[in-house]
Design a protein around this ligand. Structure first.
Ligand code: PLP
Length: 370
């Protein structure tokens, strides 16, 4: 039995009629640019995130770009971020003309280390980008403490609907940062039929700025206050996402159940370190990422058994060829570098059957001779 890393067809089969009907309504109306579906999704994602404002945009990368621009980050500014994330996090910093400053991660959660962020701040720092990696939130309350007046962008592309318990109660992904960003790339927990993204904030001025930047810096057609982008969220994508959003909580709960199954079933395999979820976090498990010795051999073994896996991420961003100009050397973010050697993400999607979960576990046990 094959177990793919992700099976979008399995999910689509469960909701096909409602999603197709939502998409057909947009097609029949021939109203493809912004409009009601986009406004509805903005409203619902703001509700889910406990934020006052939301702006749909073309993808999660643009959400970061719009956030940075709205905060006025530009040439020669520094943005402190993690090297252990999808490339877009730092690519957006480069693309506004600023300089990514990479600091190391926590060896347990893989999320950015707040103390290291504090040590990297200086008078050139214009923002911090924390990433809620693999479905669990970065330590937003610790980051807020060290940040002082420096704004925090929370890249929650992998963590829509995740939450974290802080002194005042639960905070949702995107809620407590200056600006939160989401992606609706098909492989995220809430995925569209193509690209999509969103920016959330509590701040009216930042909301205004992002809304303008997404349509060429104009709110009033043909009058431009700043040079922005064409980065609208497609109405067709918004309609699909509106139909899928009511299922998100159930899907994320299923992912947590699958994670709990793996946690228990792999507990006896001493070579495997199962994901460490900070006890303050409720993860949505966009990925279930283990750490193992002989990672590449295990991946090949699983592949031969028909089991899909992936390495997120094999080369930390401070060592990427395109960032050689920043002058980082191997050894500067040792935890990120070690993680890159040891991590392997296993299938965790909600529609996995018990038999498929068992198959993954038995193939892992088999590799380690357990
Ligand atoms: C997916 C992702 C993005 C980019 O989202 P796109 O919609 O693909 O542009 C940014 N940051 C992180 C952490 C991501 O996982």
């Amino acid at each position: 039995m094959a177990v793919p890393l992700l099976d979008l067809k399995a999910q689509h089969a469960t909701i096909r009629d409602e999603v197709v009907a939502a998409a057909m309504a947009v097609i029949d109306a021939q109203a493809f640019i912004l409009g009601d579906p986009v406004g509805e999704l903005e409203c619902d994602v703001a509700g889910l995130s406990n934020t006052r404002y939301a702006v749909g945009c073309a993808n999660g990368t643009d959400a970061l770009l719009l956030a940075l621009r709205a905060l006025g980050v530009g040439r020669d500014d520094e943005v402190v971020t993690t090297p252990f994330t999808f490339f877009a996090t730092a690519g957006a910093v480069h693309n506004v003309g600023a300089r990514p400053v990479f600091v190391d991660i926590s060896p347990t959660t893989f999320n950015i280390n707040a103390e290291a962020v504090g040590a990297a701040l200086n008078s050139n720092t214009k923002a911090i980008i924390a990433v809620d990696l693999f479905g669990q939130m970065a330590p937003i309350e610790e980051l807020s403490r060290v940040a002082g007046a420096v704004p925090i962008i929370e890249d929650a592309a992998q963590s829509i609907g995740a939450r974290r318990r802080v002194d005042s109660g639960w905070v949702m992904a995107g809620e407590a940062a200056t600006i939160g960003t989401f992606s609706f790339f098909p492989s995220k927990n809430l995925g569209g039929w193509g690209d999509g993204g969103m920016v959330v904030t509590q701040d009216e001025a930042l909301f205004d700025a992002v809304a303008k930047l997404r349509t060429h810096g104009s709110r009033r057609t043909y009058y431009h206050e700043m040079v922005g982008y064409n980065s609208r969220l497609d109405a067709l994508q918004a309609a699909v996402l509106n139909a899928k959003l009511p299922h998100l909580a159930g899907w994320s709960a299923r992912r947590r159940e699958n994670a709990a199954y793996y946690d228990a079933a792999l507990a006896g395999v001493s070579e495997v370190i199962t994901p460490v979820i900070d006890p303050r976090n409720e993860s949505i498990f966009n990925q279930y990422t283990i750490r193992v010795p002989r990672r590449d051999e295990l991946q090949a073994h699983l592949k031969a058994a028909g089991i899909g896996t992936s390495v997120y991420y094999p080369l930390p961003l401070h060592l990427q060829p395109c960032f050689a100009y920043l002058g980082y050397q191997e050894g500067q973010c040792p935890e990120a570098e070690r993680a890159a050697q040891e991590v392997l993400s296993l299938p965790i999607y909600p529609e996995l059957t018990r038999a498929q979960l068992e198959e993954v576990v038995s193939a892992v046990r088999d590799f380690f001779g357990r």
